[in-house]
Design a protein around this ligand. Structure first.
Ligand SMILES: C[S@@+](CC[C@H](N)C(=O)[O-])C[C@H]1O[C@@H](n2cnc3c(N)ncnc32)[C@H](O)[C@@H]1O
Length: 260
């Protein structure tokens, strides 16, 4: 039986429906040419620590093999069954990964058990109250001194990409109005609600984050020592990259927060 309430249930179904096309439709923060502080932090850990980690919203499990190498126990959590099916396939032979079909808003089964929690582009619930609930749940899962490492999609990263595209169109001699229309089309503004930082695509509704929101929401949920840094994405995901040589690529936001 599926015990998720109606909106999360719709979202779980929408995420399941996109699983097969995931790599084609979503920007990949793990590419070798991305600059990803979360990966750097994980790779710097010693192998086979006697510690427990959870990958919260693990998707198809790109991080699970690395986590399985670094930690004694890995909990892989996602509410989309199809994502979990792919993740299980990826982890055949990894005996220390446990899979959980669950929502991040209801993590009672992990309370008090984790040394580290990781959430990569999964704290994106369209209702910000669910994000707050999920953060409180994650805090309760962590042991004292435990850490949450996360990545969230950046709303300001989309504004930055739009700025570059407007300037590109102006350089090509377009009038301002046409340049803005061109940038809006190329940066797929039709899927965004900029006022409330939402992205709607193929039935999935995602909250995008502003940098000021990260310390605000983490502190409200009880995290301390909150740090924020850019994940510089690969230019390979963006069109006309050859015209932006020397410019910083668009980004996601990395953050870390600690539980006392
Ligand atoms: C953008 S994907 C990222 C997947 C993976 N972390 C990665 O880096 O490839 C977001 C994932 O979070 C999951 N997710 C979103 N909201 C969730 C929720 N409330 N509870 C559990 N999983 C959730 C989705 O099903 C999806 O697999």
């Amino acid at each position: 039986m599926n015990r998720l309430p109606a909106e999360p249930r719709d979202q779980a179904a929408a995420w399941s429906a996109i699983a097969a096309d995931y790599e084609r439709e979503f920007v990949d923060p793990y590419r070798a040419d991305a600059i990803n502080p979360l990966l750097d932090r994980l790779r710097a850990l010693p192998d086979h620590a006697q510690a427990a980690v959870a990958d919260l919203g693990c998707g198809k499990g790109p991080l699970l093999p690395l986590l399985a190498q670094k930690f004694a126990v890995v909990h892989a959590v996602d509410f989309a069954e199809e994502m979990l099916r792919h993740a299980r396939q990826r982890c055949v032979g990894l005996g220390n990964v446990r899979f959980h079909h669950a929502s991040l808003t209801d993590l009672g089964f992990l309370h008090g058990q984790l040394d580290l929690a990781v959430a990569v582009n999964s704290l994106v619930m369209p209702d910000v109250r669910d994000i707050e609930t999920a953060l409180i749940q994650i805090r309760r899962c962590l042991k004292p001194g435990g850490t949450l490492l996360g990545i969230v999609p950046a709303m300001d990263g989309v504004h930055y990409w739009t700025m570059l595209l407007v300037d590109r169109a102006l350089r090509r001699g377009m009038p301002l109005e046409a340049a803005q229309k061109n940038a809006a089309h190329l940066a797929e503004h039709q899927y965004f609600d900029f006022a409330f930082s939402r992205f709607r695509f193929r039935g999935i509704e995602q909250h995008f984050w502003h940098p000021f929101e990260i310390p605000y929401r983490l502190r409200r949920a009880g995290f301390r020592d909150v740090r924020v840094d850019k994940v510089l994405l690969s230019w390979e995901h963006f069109r006309w990259r050859e015209e932006f040589v020397g410019q910083e690529p668009p980004w996601d936001w990395f953050f870390a927060g600690r539980v006392e």
